[in-house]
Ligand binder design. Structure first.
Ligand code: 8YV
Length: 327
């Protein structure tokens, strides 16, 4: 029988996943769930056959170069792989996998929740009540903006973008999107989606803009200061993808100046820090990177990680290989 691979996991995962991993592999867990220090990560890549990092671990070029001979697979627990230097991994012959698909529905739910929270002022209303400041009902008090009949522009029509588009349709929004490539005619027909080749032109016409693409060198600050200024004054922007996709400081300035309608954010450029000004923006709902955080989702993600490691250890190509197109 083949020797069990030595698998180092950087963060606490759901119990069922940890138990299964202990059965299948020679697994080293992280019991205290503190992020691994740089020294611990270095020790991990020097001894492990397989590393299971998460979004909080920086797997940069230096770390990959320092990896031992044994490290052949980085089976990341998460969809985004921008914390891993894919080029360096490729150069060293290390396979990288992620956990796509299984978090699309949960992330789309939370995106919709943010849209509703911002447009209908849910958090503001509840806060007023909890703080004892509710004076009673009045016809023109706490008015939000209607979703029905408005336009949503989705940047990135992948699995999450598509799941969001389906929900948006159910709320009576019309779907617009910008993507590297146009999606197939069947999906476009199902969503009655309008494709915008020009992101600039789309931005200038939307009521709501949701960003759902991966963060790569090509998409860093895709919503730059210049592009943010193309948005209509009432437009609402939602980000459940990656903070680096938006120029966060400019976004905060525009929100505070009232030059855009509002924002619902789950991710930030330098987590767990955020541009301090964002905290002062009233028309904004801020969540701490939790759009995919459901128990079911985390178990599904863990199962993808296990399938990827098992397939690889059995000498086959793992299903969720991250290929060069993200570079
Ligand atoms: C998770 C995420 O919090 O998957 C991603 O890309 O950002 C989030 O869903 C993260 O993956 C946990 O590693």
């Amino acid at each position: 029988t083949r020797k069990k691979p030595l698998v180092v996991v950087t963060r606490k995962l759901p119990d069922v996943i940890e138990t299964r991993m202990m059965e299948l592999f020679d697994t080293r867990l992280n019991a205290d769930d503190q992020p691994r220090s740089a020294e611990e990560l270095l020790a991990a890549v020097q001894t492990a056959d397989v590393l299971v990092p998460t979004v909080t671990d920086r797997i940069d070029e230096a770390l990959i170069k320092a990896a031992g001979e044994n490290l052949k697979l980085i089976a990341s627990f998460g969809a985004g792989v921008d914390h891993i230097d894919l080029k360096a991994a490729k150069a060293k012959g290390i396979t990288v996998t992620n956990t796509p698909g299984v978090l699309a529905e949960d992330t789309a739910d939370m995106t919709m929740a943010l849209i509703l929270a911002v447009c209908r002022r849910i958090n503001e209303g509840e806060q007023t009540l909890r703080e004892g400041e509710w004076q009673g009902w009045a016809p023109t008090w706490m008015l939000g903006r209607r979703l029905y009949g408005k336009r949503i522009g989705i940047i990135g029509m992948g699995r999450i973008g598509t799941a969001l588009a389906r929900r948006a349709r159910a709320f009576g929004l019309s779907v617009h999107y910008h993507n590297r490539n146009r999606v197939g005619p069947e999906l476009e027909a199902e969503l009655e989606a309008t494709y915008w080749e020009s992101l600039d032109q789309m931005l200038a016409r939307m009521d709501i803009v949701s960003i759902n693409c991966p963060h790569t060198p090509a998409t860093f600050h895709i919503l730059s200061a210049r592009r943010l200024k193309l948005l209509q004054k009432h437009a609402v922007i939602v980000n459940t993808a990656r903070g680096e996709l938006i120029d966060e400081k400019t976004l905060a300035d525009l929100l505070i100046a009232g030059d855009i309608g509002g924002a619902g954010l789950d991710v930030y450029e330098r987590e767990p820090q955020l541009a301090p000004k964002l905290l002062r923006a009233k028309n904004t709902v801020l969540l701490p990177h939790m759009a995919s955080a459901t128990l079911e989702g985390r178990i599904d993600m863990g199962e993808r990680v296990i399938i990827n490691i098992k397939t690889f250890a059995d000498g086959h190509k793992p299903p969720d290989r991250v290929l060069g197109e993200l570079l």
